[in-house]
Design a protein around this ligand. Sequence first.
Ligand code: TXA
Ligand code: MG
Length: 343
Amino acid sequence: METVISQLKGESDETRFSDAAEILKKGGLVAFPTETVYGLGADATNEEAVAAIYRAKGRPSDNPLIVHIGTADEIGRYAVKVPDSAWKCAEAFWPGPLTLIVRAKPGVFAPSVTAGLDTVGLRMPSHPAALGLLKTSGLPVAAPSANTSGKPSPTRAEHVAADMGGKIPYILDGGPTGIGIESTVLDLTSEPPAILRPGAVTADMLRPVIGEVSQSAEAADAGEEAPRAPGMKYTHYSPDAPVWLIEPDRNQIRNAVRRLKEEGRRIALVAPEGFGETGADWYFPTGRQNDPASVSGELYASLRACDGTDADIVLAATVDDAGIGGAVMNRLNKAAAGRMFRV
Ligand code: TXA
Ligand code: MG
């Protein structure tokens, strides 16, 4: 299949949105930018189309998809027993990087969207291209991140093309996404509401709006209970070579690199700007130190870039876990399966 990559220009984009919307209406797949990562979209009411998402990604069928909507009102159309907290969250954080897990209205979505659960994740994204596509099509759009399952999520159209080229007909290219890591997933069906996947909207931001919030992502990750966001149990976000975390300290990194080189290893370093002189074979500057939001924007591009090298080990610098830093550390810990390099 030929994959058309259509660059958004800010003008005449309506034509591109209608082309993309036509494909969705006919049951095809369209990749589109959001403010977090690129999504791989299908009409959420069309089972064939949704099945094609799972095939294109190689995604396990027990991992449900997020449904993207163009207006907050649609919560009422697609969910039942909607708690007040959902409307409060929508008011405070939509459009934006927050997915709300609510009870799905039976019989609306294709069964594969919810992977057999009676709940659904709804999100109204803020990226103008995502909103343009949602409003032009008028459809609820099921969209996981547009990567091959197990790879870091795509934050640029090139990443989507690398994973999905030849498998999908259309990519809307809106340049690099801003936030760079996936939305916060908040389960509003539990009491208190629980963060199943940390993201740019943090517990500290949610509490003033809806009161107590629990952070169960760590418990889900530890594998001690059935994961509540099924996606959290799979290895994610990893380049091909094993990742080890390391503190963003020049001496520690230099020593680690020296030791690894003695063992004949080829090293890729993912660290903030200013860590160029450590002797690593490849260095991918990733944001600025003490500015986790800048790291979040570039992290996945750097992890993907490691796959373009012959490195057999990736050293990735940790970030302070305040604010979005907590979500960045969640992804880094997954990429590294918790391994920390100590010299
Ligand atoms: O930022 C994002 O959320 C991006 C963009 C494209 O919107 N999408 C995204 O989707 O990251 P995906 O499919 O890669 O991740 C969705 C996560 C998975 O961990 C999945 O298990 C969880 O949300 N999820 C979806 N529906 C759920 C449900 N009903 N209950 C619990 N977890 C759910
Ligand atoms: Mg994903």
